[in-house]
Write a protein that binds this ligand. Structure first.
Ligand code: LLP
Length: 434
């Protein structure tokens, strides 16, 4: 492996892969596999880069929110708190995790296309900073919950700006055919705004949009920001209501394989803030406070998953299956989206990657593959296999299929490691069985 994938992984003097200064073989030995490993320095640096770019290009007039769906656990909530960034949550479970971690409720934004009444009441009672409403039915539900607790609730509305961000179909959410948010083109969004303004217990200050995920282009973000500013002006001009905050969602692409070329966050912020300021001037409206919601780009590249090879099955003229002790239960993204990953034989990281391997999981399912036809150094049984950029949407989408316990998460920093999420036990597996 060349030593230039990112700042987190490198090959050490033993020829092993190292992450955050820790030898992957030693981590595998100490904590067992499969194992999620996260580089703390990288996560914190990215949070700081986001904050810095707000200062540099937007006079600090905004806040990045960590989209915790990418990886939600108490330690990630603590890191978000320590790094002074906000939190985007999408379920009662994520709210619960954040509150238990001591994350301040007022910095939480609550999303979701079908929040239950229980979840809405939980959010209102806890005093979450903002509820981002997705549909007409929800406006009423949030208003009712506010009334029940005798509170005025700060709300936002998720708008579909109709921007096609050219990403994978499953994760494209900005266009009109999406289950998320109010459509602009059909007039649904404008009708929604009128309904929100009628609701007695809601304080409506923000509009939100999110155009997709794993996006490398700056242009669709700029287009979405402009469309949203036009809509803010329309609301002001036609309904006399001034929206003062704009949430532009997440979606910034990361490097999974060498051909991925992520744009520096600064560049995004520079372009978007320019567009917003120009639109504010054009419409003679105030420059809004802005939020963004990066999830994948905060934790994705900081994560590496380690596995142990159990067997290599070479099928002449067909392919070679390298069987690992995890699979779709800890990383469903290849099975679900065909996502590309960089796979490295961590035990032989200094050797040429000249063996074509299909990395197969241990579930009773032919589609349980983590990657097909990738090039790694020829593996032997017992070798440690590393899959890079697995910090986002891996643990958070993990399952117990075949009653496999979920792996532990270990945080690494400057050569030290600590468990932040324990490995599930068989006892955990039967915990709710009666
Ligand atoms: N804000 C909203 C409203 C979102 O819907 C999402 C992601 C984000 C922020 C964070 O986006 P990010 O910065 O992470 O791209 N499971 C899929 C990704 C689904 C993303 C859904 N929404 C995957 O594994 O690729």
């Amino acid at each position: 492996m060349k030593n230039n994938f990112n700042n987190s992984v490198k090959v050490n003097s033993k020829g092993h892969l190292e992450v955050g200064g820790c030898d992957c073989l030693e981590l595998a030995e100490k904590y067992g596999t499969p194992l999620y490993v996260l580089d703390e320095t990288m996560i914190r640096n990215i949070c700081r880069e986001y904050l810095q770019s707000f200062k540099k290009y937007y006079d600090g007039n905004g806040l990045p929110l960590y989209a915790s769906k990418a990886l939600c656990c108490m330690e990630m909530c603590r890191i978000a708190k320590q790094e002074n960034i906000g939190l985007d949550v999408v379920s009662g479970g994520e709210i619960y995790t954040a509150l238990k971690a001591g994350y301040p409720a007022e910095k939480i934004h609550f999303h979701g296309n079908n929040k239950t009444v229980d979840e809405i009441e939980m959010a209102v009672e806890a005093g979450v900073g903002k509820i981002v409403m997705d549909n007409l039915s929800e406006i009423q539900r949030v208003n009712n919950a506010a009334e029940k607790f005798g509170k005025t609730v700060n709300v936002s509305m998720r708008i579909k700006p109709g921007v096609d961000a050219h990403t994978h179909d499953f994760i494209r959410t900005g266009q009109i055919d999406s289950k998320f948010g109010f459509a602009l083109e059909t007039g649904e969004a404008f009708e929604g705004v009128k309904e929100v303004l009628k609701a007695k217990n809601l304080n409506f200050t923000e509009l939100h949009c999110h155009i997709g995920s794993q996006i490398f282009d700056i242009a669709p973000f700029v287009a979405a920001a402009e469309i949203m500013m036009d809509f803010i002006a329309k609301i002001k001009n036609e309904l006399g209501h001034q929206i003062t905050e704009l949430n532009l969602g997440g979606g910034f692409g990361i490097k999974y394989v060498d051909s991925d070329k992520p744009v520096a966050y600064e560049k995004y912020m520079e372009a978007v803030s320019k567009a917003i300021k120009a639109k504010a001037e054009e419409h003679n409206i105030p420059v809004p406070y802005i939020y963004i919601e990066p999830g994948r780009s905060i934790v994705g590249e900081a994560g590496v998953t380690l596995y142990t090879v159990g067997s290599v099955k070479e099928i002449p003229n067909v392919r070679s299956y390298v069987a690992i002790d995890g699979g779709m239960t800890d990383n469903i993204r290849y099975a679900l989206y065909g996502s590309a990953y960089t796979v490295i034989n961590a035990s032989k990281a200094d050797k040429d990657a000249d063996y074509k391997a299909t990395i197969a999981g241990k579930c009773c399912e032919s589609g349980d593959l983590v990657q097909e036809n990738c090039m790694i150094a020829k593996p032997d049984d017992g070798d440690v296999i590393a899959v890079l950029s697995t910090g986002a949407y891996n643990y958070s989408m993990a399952s117990n299929y075949n009653r496999n316990p979920r792996p532990a998460i270990v945080m690494v920093k400057d050569g030290e490691s600590r468990v932040i999420v324990k490995r599930e036990s068989y006892e955990d597996i039967i915990r709710n069985d009666i």
